[in-house]
Design a binder for this molecule. Structure first.
Ligand SMILES: Cc1ncc(COP(=O)(O)O)c(C=O)c1O
Length: 507
């Protein structure tokens, strides 16, 4: 073996110092892992240059006071991974693993910790900056959350077990279709009888959640830069998905009759129009028949596609559910979109669209190409759950429960504020909106409520564009035990009153 040069000796000394400085025998990490990590990082950061001969395993083990086998094991692993080379009689050397070197100084290596963020695309930056989903999704009064504790889990488990007892290969392999035929059949029956949707099973496309459906719609029906109307205030999800898909989303104001078609028409002809006509999100308006007909006529005249988001309309209190907009459409311009998130549970991540016949083939292929649909075994369970009547009876039971919780919340609001604050809810869904006077800061109030353990979403966060935002708080009641509602609301009421919103005293 050739004797090491003086620079080699200096580098070996530097390595020994470095290891002695950073190696901790009392660390929770094993000696092996610690040594491996220290050597690997030093090579990657070129603290140990290519060509450097490492001390012998015996020497290093002695310096660090650890077993020689540990060093041998680490050297062997680094050889296998390509960081080191070892030869009989030559010792162990650092290999040159760096990318091609360019002339000039290389930038200092960046350590990716929590405080450093990589640069992302412009649309990615916009998506992240305007993200709408809350970090916490359970607790009074988080909006949009159903009661999941009363889900008939035993029935679900029984149906699940039945499928798993003898799972069919085509339920477990890649699926190329638009959803399990049995589920699409069960849904077509349900939609015809309960939602006034006119469709065949072939028109149903099952997706992993509504966002995947919205993304597919954007991809197949819009090109980058095309205009899409979205409700204002409206669902943050459609805005995020469509904007990041390259569409030019234009917020269009809603009033008590739903989306204002005339206002939209001033913004230019859209490829896509998103509406939630049965229960406008978040304010709760029901789109009037006159407005529905105007919207359908507009879409037909301009070849626009309407996306009807029917996310929670199974829950209407004191009145029967409203028939869908799709059922009124005789020209095939409406894509009906629904989710199982509110009627089963959100973690299921299953939603579906009913597309006009003219779009069936493109959507089937598009879905398979983009998302490689799946969860067929779960879809089979769901199909049985619907076909055997559990779905409809679960919805019926939840409707009664949510009606009771809504009444309890309304009573609590009246007890604290009388009639002094407006309430928007359309007597439907899983949440209501408690309006606050103009000039309040609903973000600050929601933040103060969070400090007291109460989750709400500020209404103004649902507005886009220049138009002035109404102030208010979205309060989800469906998942809050009725006996806890008054107590939680008392906490919130104290926060609202402490914010000094200028209410006259109760008579
Ligand atoms: C208006 C609206 N549409 C759709 C959804 C459901 O989306 P997903 O199917 O992703 O759960 C929600 C959920 O909160 C919603 O508020």
């Amino acid at each position: 073996m050739a004797s090491p040069s003086s620079s080699q000796i200096a580098l070996q000394q530097m390595l020994a110092d470095l290891l002695l400085q950073h190696f901790r025998r009392d660390s929770a990490e094993s000696n092996t892992l610690q040594l491996y990590r220290l050597l690997r990082d030093s090579i990657l950061q070129e603290v140990l240059p290519p060509g450097l001969r490492l001390p012998s395993s015996r020497q290093l083990a002695q310096e660090l006071g650890i077993a020689r086998n540990t060093v041998i094991h680490v050297y062997e692993r680094l050889v296998v991974e390509g960081y080191l080379a070892a030869g009989v009689g030559r010792g162990t050397f650092v290999l040159d693993t760096g990318p091609e070197r360019l002339p000039g100084r290389e930038p200092a290596p960046v350590r990716h910790g929590a405080d450093s963020q990589a640069e992302i695309s412009q649309r990615g930056t916009q998506l992240v900056a305007q993200a709408g989903a809350g970090a916490k999704q359970w607790g009074a009064f988080m909006p949009g959350v159903p009661e999941v504790r009363t889900f008939p889990s035993r029935t679900w488990m029984r149906l699940h077990n039945r499928q798993w007892r003898k799972p069919q290969p085509d339920l477990l392999t890649y699926s190329v279709g638009p959803g399990l035929p049995a589920l699409r059949s069960a849904l077509a029956d349900y939609l015809r009888s309960s939602r006034g949707v006119i469709c065949t099973p072939e028109q149903i496309i099952v997706t992993n959640g509504s966002h995947a459906a919205l993304q597919l719609i954007a991809l197949l029906l819009g090109d980058v830069g095309d205009t899409a109307w979205v409700e204002n205030p409206g669902y943050w999800g459609v805005h995020s998905v469509w904007r990041s898909s390259g569409l030019d989303t234009q917020p269009v104001a809603v009033d008590g009759d739903g989306l204002q078609v005339e206002e939209g028409a001033r913004l230019g002809v859209p490829k896509l129009i998103y509406v939630s006509p049965s229960h406008q999100y978040p304010l709760g308006a029901v789109m009037s028949l006159a407005r529905r007909r105007r919207l359908l006529a507009y879409a037909r005249r301009h070849n626009s596609w309407i996306v009807e988001d029917d996310y929670d309309s199974e829950f209407r209190y004191g009145r029967p559910p409203l028939p869908s907009l799709q059922g009124l459409d005789s020209h095939g311009r409406v894509i009906y979109l629904a989710t199982f998130s509110k009627v089963i549970y959100p973690g299921l991540r299953l939603a579906y669209m009913v597309v006009p016949e003219s779009l069936v083939a493109s959507f089937q292929t598009g879905l398979s190409e983009m998302f490689r649909g799946g969860q067929y075994l779960t879809q089979a369970v769901l199909a049985d759950f619907i076909a055997e009547g559990h779905f409809v009876s679960h919805i019926r039971r939840m409707r009664h429960l949510y009606a009771l919780r809504r009444e309890t919340l309304l009573a609590a609001i009246t007890a604290h504020f009388g009639e002094r604050l407006p309430i928007h809810d359309g007597a439907a869904g899983l949440h209501l909106v408690l309006g606050l006077p103009d000039g309040c800061d609903d973000h600050a109030i929601a933040e103060a409520a969070l400090q007291q353990g109460i989750l709400t979403r500020p209404l103004s966060a649902y507005y886009r564009g220049e138009a002035p935002a109404q102030q208010g708080l979205l309060l989800g009641y469906a998942h809050v035990h009725e006996q806890d509602i008054a107590g939680h609301f008392a906490t919130l009421a104290a926060v609202i009153k402490a914010a000094g919103i200028g209410l006259a005293p109760l008579p």
